[in-house]
Design a binder for this molecule. Structure first.
Ligand code: MG
Length: 339
């Protein structure tokens, strides 16, 4: 991740991109468009994915046609977001500019128009964007830009952004002279709890052998949707083992940059000394809080010390009111009976 540059300007406005940044509409459009080449006898080509980020559905379909060389007649039948997306949202914003109200993106115009509506100088605006071309557009508008790439492992491409973060969970407005978020507690961020479980499987073996940290790995089979929804990073919560009880737990989700995994995995570490392993035992997790994004470490020692620090933060946080009550939810307490 690129580090944020020191504060250079007094910022007063934040301009947020919608598609791919606030809403995962790119993922929905992508899923629909993946069916298009199949209809014309072609296999989906993963390299197209980069070409459709930040594009409208009709632009994305056109790009797919070009890259994969097939002929199809494209019609745009849905021009506007369904109203349900916007119910209650509009009131949170001082102004909204549609991509169809200005020159075709990527261009600085949409950002300049937003600044005009906010009655702000472009230099006092911070833009939060996911697509590479639009990061360029915002920079051309003379604004500071935080990039939140929607495609994994692409942050190195965003060299023009002032800061690159892994997900909106990592946005720190105070870096930009803006008021900080109020919901962080002792280095942790409460999240809407989510649940995942299954039998413990043998992992890569490195948890206990290389790191001295025995992780209880879960198969991610059947959970790919829920995992793709949650950004990679370090989380914590409660872990129920079917024959042993409920334990505090810290876990990473992601590709684990130090080991350069190729699949998104979860690696929960139960914060308790067990005398024997529990492969095959049923494990249910309630994930209740977030600590930090994944990071690359220069040495194994620095990785191990960071994991221990994560464990300490989690242990202390889980006794706090926002997190403590989830210890008693039936899904965690009774892994054999609760689904
Ligand atoms: Mg976008």
């Amino acid at each position: 991740m690129a580090a944020a540059t020191p504060l250079r300007r007094v910022l007063s406005c934040v301009i947020l991109d919608l598609d791919g940044t606030l809403l995962n509409t790119d993922g929905i459009v992508g899923d629909v468009l993946k069916m298009l080449p199949v209809k014309y006898g072609k296999q989906w080509d993963a390299k197209v994915t980069h070409r459709i980020v930040g594009k409208t559905p009709i632009e994305a379909a056109t790009a797919i046609k070009e890259v994969m060389s097939f002929r199809a007649r494209l019609m745009s039948s849905c021009q506007k977001l369904p109203q349900c997306f916007l119910n209650g949202w509009k009131e949170s914003f001082s102004a909204i500019v549609g991509g169809d109200e200005v020159m075709q993106k990527p261009s600085p115009e949409i950002f300049l128009e937003a600044a005009k509506l906010l009655n702000a100088e472009p230099s006092s605006c911070l833009v939060i964007e996911d697509s590479l071309p639009d990061v360029g557009g915002a920079k051309a508008a003379g604004m500071e830009v935080v990039a939140v790439p929607s495609l994994p492992k692409s942050s190195h491409l965003y060299t023009s952004a002032d800061e690159v973060i892994n997900s909106l969970l990592d946005l720190r407005p105070e870096i930009w002279g803006l008021p900080p978020f109020q919901d962080w507690i002792n280095g942790t961020l409460p999240i809407e709890p989510w649940y995942i479980g299954g039998p413990v499987i043998k992992g890569y073996g490195r948890g206990s052998k290389v790191l001295g940290i025995p992780t209880a790995n879960l198969s991610t089979e059947g959970w790919s949707d829920i995992l793709s929804y949650h950004p990679s990073g370090v989380y914590f919560g409660w872990a129920g083992l079917s024959t042993r009880g409920v334990y505090k737990m810290v876990m990473s989700i992601g590709w684990n940059p130090y080991f350069n995994n190729t699949e998104k995995t979860i690696e929960p570490w139960l914060l308790h000394d067990f005398n024997e392993d529990f492969n095959g035992e049923k494990l249910h997790l309630a994930i209740v809080g977030y600590i930090r994004p994944e990071a690359s470490f220069s040495s194994l020692e620095s990785l191990i010390s960071k994991i221990h620090e994560d464990g300490k933060i989690s242990k202390e946080a889980l006794d706090l009111p926002p997190y403590a009550a989830y210890k008693d939810v039936p899904y965690v307490k009774n892994p054999l009976t609760a689904e």
